[in-house]
Design a protein around this ligand. Structure first.
Ligand code: NOJ
Length: 560
């Protein structure tokens, strides 16, 4: 397998609004990031993925961009940005920027022009359609509730917005749109960025007829995803982008691609096809969603997690490359979702880290994950900030008449603000995030869970992540080894091996509060073993053949 720096790297995601506020306005900023680079260096990560920092009216916290070439005022200036990159590079940390080009803000000059008249030079930069019998052009539902179409008085037509109505979708069929995007990408690459994370990049090509989707459960609007995810020209567009831009730089690229299967994942990431290095697939984070989508919540099952992860590990092996994540700014906190964020918070956060970081692929750590930060339960909807959450609450409570407390429970489990509460730096007011009033409240558990405490405690989740990252640098089998699931039918234990030539890892993780027995399959023989990492103090030197695991225990052995 070809060696690449981005296969060997560990990425750390910063959500700038919630990371560190340096100027006291309650909003994280670039100077705040600069002040914490030594912390990231200490953790040992190689790459920062920075969520959008461009000019934006912040309808969706920066994922609605009004100027791709300038920095959001609240985050600082271009000089701050330049200093930040240079300070990162000085520490050997690379910077991946967020590329949001499925849509812009409705305040972007292109859209301001586009909506003026049907013959405006920018009209065709977006997707406009006349209404059908006085209604929207089709029945697609926006990811943020309601119709995906907005009627615009000025010209009497509707524009498409898969996300909020302040995020009109760009028309990638228009070669001028693509040209402008490629120029903008070169602008940032020439300023020294080391790659892009591409927002919903598998949605840029729509089936031109924009057919109706199939409505679920008698609902008015339907998911049109089969007509805009992995659409007819998406690979052509990405190959063009690669030819025009990406191939001219030594960078890493990761596409955010909801709804992809491994087969499609290979189409995006097979190096011979010259598109992207890796994608974020969603199958494992959709395991607790029912047919009604994200808010149709049901419990996830370990058997399904095994099936999904194994499928991606095996199918991409030697053909594409996986990204490994449990958290990001759109997902609830992993320790609350897949672990036990109460009695075994520390153990289960470490177990989840082991489970993920020992797989084949590039691991991503989301800010605060390295502290075992948890979900939050605000008592009132007033305390929430996320547009997806607020729109959903309104729709469910006002339109469908659901019990507000029941809707809040959904938000406690799945809401994006779980990930967006401020980073917990210490036990001082507002967790050391800001001297002002934070834009969203801090999780009240910051007195116990914070970076300062974690740095001082050698057994903290932080130090465990640090060790996992170091191990990756020392053992090529962690990066390049092949994956094999063992104990396939065990209801509580997830175990697998990784093999590279004569090196083998045995990864054992207990996904429960119980104490099941791990038994090594008979076909795995060894003469020597070394315990590489373990989330409990080792009490005895056990044989690997039979181990009674403790709650949420994780161990990685290297055997020969
Ligand atoms: C995916 C991003 O991760 C999410 O935060 C955002 O709301 C949508 N794309 C729209 O840009």
């Amino acid at each position: 397998m070809e060696k690449k720096w981005w296969k060997e790297a560990v990425v750390y995601q910063i959500y700038p609004r919630s990371f560190k506020d340096a100027d006291g306005d309650g909003i994280g900023d670039l100077r705040g990031i600069i002040s914490k680079l030594d912390y990231l260096k200490e953790l040992g990560i190689d790459v920062v993925w920075l969520s959008p920092v461009y000019q934006s009216p912040n309808d969706d916290n920066g994922y609605d961009i009004s100027d791709y070439r300038n920095i959001m005022d609240e985050f600082g200036t271009m000089e701050d940005w330049e200093e930040m990159v240079s300070e990162m590079h000085k520490r050997g940390i690379k910077l991946v920027m967020d590329l949001v080009v499925n849509h812009t803000s409705d305040e972007h000059p292109w859209f301001i022009e586009s909506r003026k008249s049907k013959d405006n030079a920018y009209r065709d930069y977006y997707i406009w359609r006349p209404g059908k019998e006085g209604k929207e052009p089709n029945n697609w539902e926006s990811f943020f509730s309601g119709s995906a179409w907005e009627y615009d008085e000025a010209t009497g037509e509707y524009y498409l917005h898969l996300f909020s109505k302040k995020q009109p979708d760009l028309n990638w069929e228009n070669p001028n749109v693509r040209k402008e995007i490629y120029e903008m990408m070169r602008f940032w690459l020439d300023k020294g960025v080391d790659g892009f994370r591409m927002d919903v990049i598998n949605m840029i090509s729509k089936v031109p007829e924009l057919p109706d989707g199939e409505a679920y459960d008698g609902k008015k609007y339907a998911s049109g995803s089969r007509y805009f995810m992995n659409g007819p020209r998406v690979h052509e567009f990405l190959q063009e982008m690669n030819r025009e831009v990406l191939s001219h730089y030594d960078i890493m690229t990761v596409g955010e691609t909801p709804g992809v299967t491994p087969k499609e994942g290979i189409l995006y990431t097979d190096p011979a096809r010259c598109e992207l290095n890796m994608v974020f697939q969603f199958e494992h984070v959709d395991l607790d969603s029912g047919p009604g989508g994200k808010w149709d919540i049901r419990p996830w099952k370990l058997a399904d997690l095994k099936k999904t992860m194994t499928k991606w590990q095996k199918e991409l092996e030697g053909k594409g490359w996986n990204s490994l994540y449990l958290n990001n700014h759109d997902q609830p906190r992993a320790v609350s979702r897949f672990g036990d964020d109460k009695q075994y918070r520390v153990e289960s956060a470490k177990m989840l880290a082991t489970f993920l970081h020992m797989m084949q692929g590039t691991p991503y750590i989301y800010q605060g994950e390295e502290l075992g930060m948890t979900n939050v339960r605000f008592s009132s909807i007033e305390d929430y900030r996320d547009i997806e959450t607020l729109n959903m609450y309104k729709e469910y409570v006002e339109k469908y008449g659901e019990n507000p407390q029941a809707v809040l429970e959904k938000i406690y489990y799945k809401g994006r603000d779980n990930a967006r509460t401020p980073m917990q730096w210490d036990d001082s007011k507002h967790a050391g995030f800001t001297d002002g009033t934070p834009w969203i409240q801090v999780n009240p558990n910051y007195k116990e869970i914070n970076a300062k405490a974690a740095l001082q405690d050698p057994d903290s989740v932080f130090h465990y992540y640090k060790k996992l990252i170091q191990l990756r640098k020392q053992h090529p089998v962690i990066v390049y080894g092949t994956y094999h699931l063992i104990l396939e039918d065990h209801p509580l234990i997830y175990a697998y091996t990784r093999t590279l030539e004569n090196e083998k890892l045995v990864v054992i993780t207990n996904f429960s509060n119980e104490t099941p027995v791990f038994r090594l399959p008979e076909d795995i023989v060894y003469t020597a073993k070394e315990l590489l990492i373990h989330n409990y103090p080792v009490v005895e030197s056990e044989e690997l053949h039979e181990i009674r695991l403790r709650p949420w225990e994780a161990r990685v052995y290297k055997i020969q």
